[in-house]
Design a protein. Structure first.
Length: 361
């Protein structure tokens, strides 16, 4: 009988830990090339369109920053949450909720034009995202319900609620029956830098990265959350509250996801519609892990994943690649990140004999 098991390494290699994201990216590129070739496409030309063509012009660089902003905002919050062992998989739903709550101001009070409008919208969106994230936190702390399942299922509740709003009570009466809200105007839109497409959301993403870096590296709260994720029992014996860690992980990541939602609506979109995100909340999970759950890493990973979004759009227009193929490409990146991390932190052991109970012999 052959028994195979995985056991943690006593001292994972620091060099391999740092190289793991690069190796995962390389494996993704190679596997993606094989996948494209199997579909009868030129892999080299397609990879060029994915990773190099979007960097060719200044407009493309501006679009890259705009695409990266929501990914970095959400990824920064998820990095804190995941490092604490709090598995918030429902950031997409919190993004949608933030977009709804923040948009309530211009939808219900459309004529209100004041410098206070945008701060109220941003604050309401962050509050809405945090409040929606509080639901799986309550179920986790009070009933021990798995937060992965609850946070994920709540995504679909938020999406269907948004769909009902824009097709029903919030539909623009002057919108020719299209499922969308009224268009935001004036102070209800994010300010942009000059004639570029760079809007306030890009600056908020950079501020979130800086704040998360300070929280993780230079605060007692960040230290307690890190210990809570790496050694939960030691965290409890040290006097840190596990329920408090769950609360903070969900509320922080939910608030930043809600902020990303309103930035998408008040920035490039300008109105609510049935889909306010192409899946940023799910892609941000890849961003957090590719960034090694560190603030600076999240910034770089957000730019890389934004590049794949732009590359996917170019590939669809220029080479007829379907959106599903692009999503598979992103999914492979997450798979190889997790696989490489597992290989770095664990070793595979095998025993041959009647029973696999005598491990290590």
């Amino acid at each position: 009988m052959i028994s195979v098991w995985i056991e943690p390494r006593a001292r994972p290699s620091q060099l391999m830990s740092l190289a793991s994201p690069l190796l995962a990216l390389l494996l993704t590129v190679l596997s993606g090339g094989v996948m494209f070739a199997a579909r009868g496409l030129d892999p080299l030309a397609l990879l060029y369109v994915y990773f190099l063509d979007p960097l060719a012009t200044l407009w493309s660089l501006e679009e890259l920053a705009v695409k990266a902003a929501p990914l970095v905002l959400i990824g920064a919050g998820l990095a804190v949450s995941f490092r604490a062992g709090v598995w918030n998989i429902g950031a997409e739903g919190q993004l949608v909720t933030g977009a709804i709550v923040g948009s309530a101001v211009p939808v219900l009070w459309h004529d209100w034009q004041s410098p206070w409008v945008l701060p109220v919208m941003l604050g309401a969106a962050a509050f809405g995202g945090a409040l929606y994230a509080a639901l799986p936190a309550i179920l986790k702390n009070r009933a021990g319900v798995n937060e992965i399942l609850t946070s994920l299922m709540l995504v679909y509740v938020a999406q269907y609620f948004l769909d009902w709003l824009v097709r029903g009570p919030w539909r623009d009466p002057q919108g020719f029956n299209f499922p969308r809200s009224v268009t935001f105007e004036g102070w209800q839109r994010l300010p942009v830098l000059g004639d570029s497409r760079l809007h306030l959301g890009v600056g908020l993403a950079l501020l979130a990265v800086a704040a998360v870096h300070v929280l993780q590296r230079h605060s007692l709260v960040g230290f307690s959350m890190r210990i809570g994720g790496e050694a939960p029992r030691a965290s409890v014996f040290s006097g840190f509250s596990r329920s408090g860690t769950v609360w903070l992980g969900f509320m922080l990541s939910g608030a930043l996801a809600g902020l990303a939602g309103i930035c998408e609506v008040a920035g490039p979109g300008g109105h609510l519609q049935p889909a306010v995100s192409p899946g940023y909340g799910f892609t941000a999970i890849i961003v957090a892990f590719l960034g090694r759950l560190h603030a600076a890493g999240v910034l770089l990973a957000g730019l890389l994943l934004a590049l794949t979004y732009l590359g996917a759009e170019a590939a669809q227009m220029d080479m007829g690649v379907s959106v599903k193929t692009s999503q598979v490409f992103q999914g492979m990146l997450l798979f190889f990140i997790l696989a490489c991390d597992t290989a770095v932190r664990h070793r595979f052991r095998m025993a041959i004999g009647r029973s696999g109970s005598k491990r290590g012999q």
